[in-house]
Design a protein around this ligand. Structure first.
Ligand code: CTP
Ligand code: CA
Length: 225
């Protein structure tokens, strides 16, 4: 049994995976979120585990259950997710599948907002969240050997994702087209293009579990040199 648990091409490797949406509070009972189910990140964590990796799975409030056999760290907000990622280091690879909210409410209320009878909505102010992927990509000493981002786009997918890889400084970007008519967000399949310094590779539309296995196998090949 010991051999079965420790075998595999990723045995001895520590890999971080972020997954799910983040929730950004407006007040104690309301939040801003997005449509990520956490399905692709969960499938990837399971596939990496199956190849023998020691996986730390840092997840926002997802609608699918976290995988078994990994270390699960649950967070709500982007700021908490960054802190959890930093405390989980060092890692051999970090894969950022989470759909992190780009903005949080700067003037979140400490108690529940109430209608004041004027008919006016409360003015919400927004501030940009930290970019977790870019922070890790550019951290210098202690940077994971392989840093991978996902890029959810609805138009000009390849161009936007290629620019995003360079801007953030990650090694690979997994680009996916999340236009509503393709049914990727919240669905069971994904159609991705893997962008590396060697160019772009268009994968067929596959179940998220198979996208995960294929990506995990490529990560194992790369970490083994
Ligand atoms: N990401 C992150 N922290 C953020 C925003 C994004 O770690 N605050 C990561 C995501 O997990 C993903 C990658 O960055 O791996 C790209 O996310 P995306 O939302 O596509 O990129 P943004 O830079 O936020 O650009 P956009 O304006 O297109 O949303
Ligand atoms: Ca974003």
């Amino acid at each position: 049994i010991k051999t079965a648990l420790t075998a595999g091409p990723l045995a001895g490797k520590h890999i971080l995976v972020t997954s799910g949406p983040t929730h950004e509070p407006i007040d104690p009972v309301r939040y801003i979120a997005n449509r990520s189910s956490g399905a692709q990140g969960t499938a990837l964590a399971a596939a990496l585990r199956d190849l023998g990796a020691n996986v730390t799975f840092i997840t926002g409030p997802a609608s699918v259950p976290a995988p078994t056999g990994v270390t699960v760290v649950r967070v709500e907000t982007a700021v908490q997710m960054l802190a959890a990622v930093q405390s989980a280091l060092p890692a051999d690879a970090a894969i950022f599948v989470a759909a992190v909210a780009d903005w949080r409410v700067a003037n979140a209320a400490a108690s529940k907002l109430k209608k004041d009878g004027s008919g006016k909505a409360p003015p919400l102010e927004f501030t940009e969240n930290p970019d977790i992927l870019a922070t890790l990509s550019k951290m210098g000493a202690g940077r994971p050997t392989l840093v991978v981002g996902f890029a959810a786009e609805t138009d000009n997918v390849l161009a936007h994702a290629t620019a995003k890889r360079l801007r953030k400084g990650c090694d690979w970007i997994v680009a996916n087209d999340v236009s509503p008519e393709r049914g990727i967000m919240g669905g069971t399949e994904n159609a991705v293009t893997l962008i590396t310094d060697a160019g772009s590779d268009v994968w067929p539309r596959l179940p998220k579990s198979q996208v995960a296995r294929r990506l995990a196998a490529k990560i194992a090949d790369t970490l083994r040199g």
